[in-house]
Design a protein around this ligand. Sequence first.
Ligand SMILES: CC(C)(COP(=O)(O)OP(=O)(O)OC[C@H]1O[C@@H](n2cnc3c(N)ncnc32)[C@H](O)[C@@H]1OP(=O)(O)O)[C@@H](O)C(=O)NCCC(=O)NCCS
Length: 177
Amino acid sequence: MSLKLITPAHHYQPSFQGYIQELGEEERYPFVLDLDATDFEAYLIRLQEIEQGTNLPTGHMPSSTYWLMEDDELIGVSNLRHGLNDTIRHLGGHIGLSIRPSRRGQGLSKILLQQTIDKASAMGIESLHIHCYRHNTASARMIMACGGVLESEVILEQESESKIVQRYLCAVSSTRQ
Ligand SMILES: CC(C)(COP(=O)(O)OP(=O)(O)OC[C@H]1O[C@@H](n2cnc3c(N)ncnc32)[C@H](O)[C@@H]1OP(=O)(O)O)[C@@H](O)C(=O)NCCC(=O)NCCS
């Protein structure tokens, strides 16, 4: 299996569309999968703007989006915030990601998260905050497998239900030159 982490690219649009179709109605992670990609060129430009911190919605931080590819197939999507503000430090954290539904349960999230952590390391980020719902066992196990240590839990009140969010810290050794 040959996997590589890339910056989103025009060439893989068909696989991206297949990925979105597979997600169906499930909640989308990371947030960049919620953006309108009908005009794919415009979508790629928007991702670049988000990376450069241009025209960000209030409260957002600049972030980079990565695609985990196996040949021409998009396997997973991650988003790495370059920094945190108080709101995102409380809930959100540095990294959001997902794996293509048909490829889950094969250990691929750990590869995607580790490669995204390596990007953070290259940016000089020394301590990563990674959050997930407590009921999301696969996500929690993925984070721990990549060195995350549970730091705290907070309750998120959402409409009529409340959910527990686990907040993990992951020490990163900087590889920035
Ligand atoms: C969470 C998610 C990324 C996991 O991806 P995945 O590729 O299926 O996970 P992996 O196969 O790498 O497994 C990671 C760990 O979770 C465990 N796991 C996988 N699927 C599981 C499941 N359905 N239930 C419980 N544990 C599970 C694995 O055994 C592994 O743990 P281990 O290393 O201790 O053995 C994937 O389910 C997903 O994309 N979910 C939707 C988006 C999301 O929830 N993202 C996380 C929040 S940002």
